[in-house]
Design a protein around this ligand. Structure first.
Ligand code: PEP
Ligand code: MN
Length: 338
């Protein structure tokens, strides 16, 4: 971290700031310039609050050199992390994972039909929401425990690990007992109690990027889980809110190389929520593979017109199967398997 203080700062004030930083176990090197006192802070600067330092009236500018996350930071963990989800390995150098399934679990018969179709198409995991974060309290809220039970039956039948969203700490035990990959939805990316609770377990977590969060805030959310002791985190980009209205969200695929340079964690793309339109799902999936994504999570429904949630962005099984066929070709070009 580089701190510059105005040259007019009284010596006592400069010393006070240096002392307060050194007291935290960091070392400070002072460079006295013509107009500024510039000092470099070396050590674990993640413990410093740069906004607080910048608020000092004698401080002119604070620049952070090291990112504020540690466990998620590639600098401290140069090799790519590979997360094992009930035997399916997710991360660089592994097969690109494809998670398919409905937005919501709607019942046993429909989930089994969709699970059979996604498995047949080549999916490596099954998704389905049992607890749904809906904008309207009058909309379908999910089958809850019954939904989890149905997902477990589908896992048994088709051998696909299951992915589903946890919305409250209250249900954590139920998830740890039954779920292979616990999704933290976009709306809960900064639910810090939930993140801390997930840090205390070992189940892998699929951490979606918040609707309006920066990449750094997203990596800090991952840091919460990892700081607690659970390093099994997979990041998922699902589009962010912008002024654009032709799509539900704006999908910024540049996050893939950015996240890969800043972090060792795997990153997957959700082209369904990112676009909100089934017609755009295939092209964004292929682009994500080309850009280096470690996986895809795609909403699939045998009858999207009648889906209880997110039908407009759900692929029919034949389109999902065609996407995987094309995706395999792109994967090959970028030296991956799918
Ligand atoms: C979902 O996966 O169905 C979902 C609600 O996702 P997100 O949190 O990205 O909106
Ligand atoms: Mn959905």
């Amino acid at each position: 971290m580089i701190i510059s203080m105005k040259n007019s700062a009284p010596q006592a004030e400069v010393q006070k700031l240096i002392d307060s930083i050194e007291k935290k176990g960091l070392s400070v090197t002072l460079i006295r310039g013509a107009n500024y006192n510039v000092f470099g802070v070396v050590g674990d600067t993640t413990i410093l609050d740069e906004k607080l330092i910048a608020a000092n009236p004698y401080v002119d500018d604070v620049t952070r050199i090291a990112a504020p996350y540690k466990k998620a930071n590639r600098i401290f963990h140069p090799q790519d992390s590979v997360i094992d989800v009930r035997g399916v390995k997710v991360g660089a150098g592994q097969k690109i994972c494809v998670i398919g399934g409905p937005c919501s679990v709607e019942g046993e018969e429909s989930l089994m039909t969709i699970a059979a179709a996604v498995k047949e198409a080549g999916a490596t995991m099954l998704r389905g929401g049992a607890y749904k974060p809906r904008t309207s309290p009058y909309a379908f809220q999910g089958l809850a425990t019954e939904g989890i039970k149905i997902l477990c039956e589908a896992r048994e039948k088709f051998g696909l690990p299951i992915v589903t969203e946890l919305m409250s700490v209250e249900k954590l035990d139920e998830f740890v007992e039954n779920v292979d990959l616990i999704q933290v939805g976009a709306r809960n990316m900064q639910n810090f109690d939930l993140l801390k609770a997930l840090g205390r377990v070992k189940t892998p977590v699929l951490l979606k990027r918040g609707l309006s969060n920066t990449i750094e805030e997203w990596l800090m959310a991952a840091e919460y889980i990892m700081a607690g002791g659970n390093e099994n985190v997979i990041l998922c980009e699902r589009g962010i809110r912008t002024f654009e209205k032709y799509t539900r969200n704006t999908v910024d695929l540049s996050v893939i190389p950015i996240v890969k340079s800043k972090s060792h964690l795997p990153i997957i793309i959700d082209p369904s929520h990112a676009t909100g339109d089934w017609r755009l799902v295939e092209s964004m999936s292929l682009a994500a593979i080309a850009a280096g994504a470690d996986g895809l999570i795609i909403e699939v429904h045998n009858c999207p017109e009648a889906a209880w949630s997110d039908g407009a962005q759900s692929l029919k099984p034949d389109n999902f199967a065609a996407l995987i066929q094309k995706g395999r070709k792109i994967a090959q070009v970028v030296g991956r398997e799918m």
